[in-house]
Design a binder for this molecule. Structure first.
Ligand code: A3P
Length: 333
């Protein structure tokens, strides 16, 4: 007889429960996947169910990131770019974007994660019914992506964003501590956080393996995997929006260019503007691992904040690992 979704889910849940685990950053068990990455139970199970169930279409676009690497930002940019015909961004910077979906829905509602929103214990959405182009996201490393996403036939596109290791660490540390404090726990000291980070015991980490997995996939097939860096997006967001639009097959026309469409998207998705959206101020997003207030995704949004928190020794320790791991990957460092 046919295996039901619930049976499949429980089978993977049993499998993950018996994997080795450690205490992670956020007061939850971190399981170690057989491909070497770490994660909470429910999203790891979700990633396995997604692998078994998801059927990719050539028009699908998958956002892939480590947490705290600019996921919210790239989701907003991709959504605004892909849907610009039905939902044009306001072109005069002063106008309120009240009618834009990004005002009322978090980027995490508009582009959902496979592993903790779509393939949950009580799967709610039938993805086959969604119109093209479907936009999804994941934090799962390249090696553990759903097989139909990785396949080249029919295949789909992947947009990866990577962020400086030290800034990703500091962002994750602040984020995790918000939840620890809410749970009545002491915030995790930075020393212990750096130790876990260097040992690869972070969500979907080791950091370096995650970045390298997508980097190699990008080098092997740049038409399939787009690779952005958070820092370069900060320096020149407009160029990145143009590259994103071309990559997903929707390049800006000269009319759109002349009408200021690119800058309007950049402005709509900017940290300042996104922080003031209705969805950010009062909204929440539900994940299998818990409910997160949308404002938690907006802290400072700058490059180099690590310098305010890491000692020179910590900096050197992390930089040395990065240098060794990324050696020979010109373009990555
Ligand atoms: P900081 O904690 O360093 O401020 P993610 O979306 O992957 O969870 O990443 C969150 C990080 O991206 C946070 O970094 C957050 O402030 C920053 N961020 C969120 N929205 C942004 C935007 N529109 N532009 C730039 N950075 C943004």
């Amino acid at each position: 007889s046919e295996t039901t979704y619930a049976e499949l889910y429980e089978r993977f849940a049993d499998q993950v429960s018996s994997l080795p685990s450690t205490e992670g950053l956020a007061n939850t068990k971190l399981y170690r996947h057989e491909h070497g990455w770490h994660c909470k139970l429910a999203p790891m199970v979700g990633s396995m169910v997604a692998d078994a169930c998801f059927a990719a279409r050539p028009s699908d676009v998958i956002v892939a990131t480590l947490p705290k690497s600019g996921t919210t930002w790239i989701k907003a940019l991709l959504y605004a770019t892909t849907h610009r015909r039905e939902h044009p961004p306001p072109v005069d910077g002063a106008a309120a974007a009240a009618d834009h979906p990004l005002n009322t829905s978090s980027p995490h509602e508009l582009i959902k994660f496979f592993e903790n929103q779509l393939y949950t214990r009580e799967k709610v959405l039938n993805l086959d019914e969604l119109p093209d182009p479907r936009l999804f996201s994941t934090h799962v490393p390249f090696v553990s992506l759903p097989r139909s996403v990785v396949a080249t036939e029919p295949g789909c596109k992947i947009v990866y964003v990577c962020r400086d290791a030290k800034d990703q660490l500091i962002s994750g540390w602040n984020f995790a501590n918000k939840f620890r404090v809410k749970d009545g726990l002491e915030p995790l000291p930075i020393e212990a956080t750096v130790e876990l980070f260097c040992n690869g015991q972070t969500f979907y980490g080791p950091y370096w393996d995650h970045v390298l997995g997508y980097w190699h996939a990008h080098v092997a097939n740049p038409q399939k995997v787009l690779f952005f860096k958070y820092e370069e997006m900060q320096t020149d967001p407009a160029t990145h929006v143009r590259r994103l639009a071309e990559f997903v097959g929707l390049p800006f026309s000269s009319e759109e260019e002349d009408g200021g469409m690119v800058d309007a998207i950049v402005e709509l998705c900017s940290f300042g503007r996104m922080s003031r959206m209705v969805a950010t101020k009062g909204g929440h997003t539900e994940f299998s691992s818990g409910v997160v207030p949308n404002k938690a995704y907006f802290r400072r949004g700058v490059v180099g904040d690590w310098a305010n928190h890491l000692s020179p020794e910590m900096q050197q320790r992390i930089d040395a690992i990065t240098e060794a791991k990324f050696k020979g990957c010109g373009g990555l460092t």
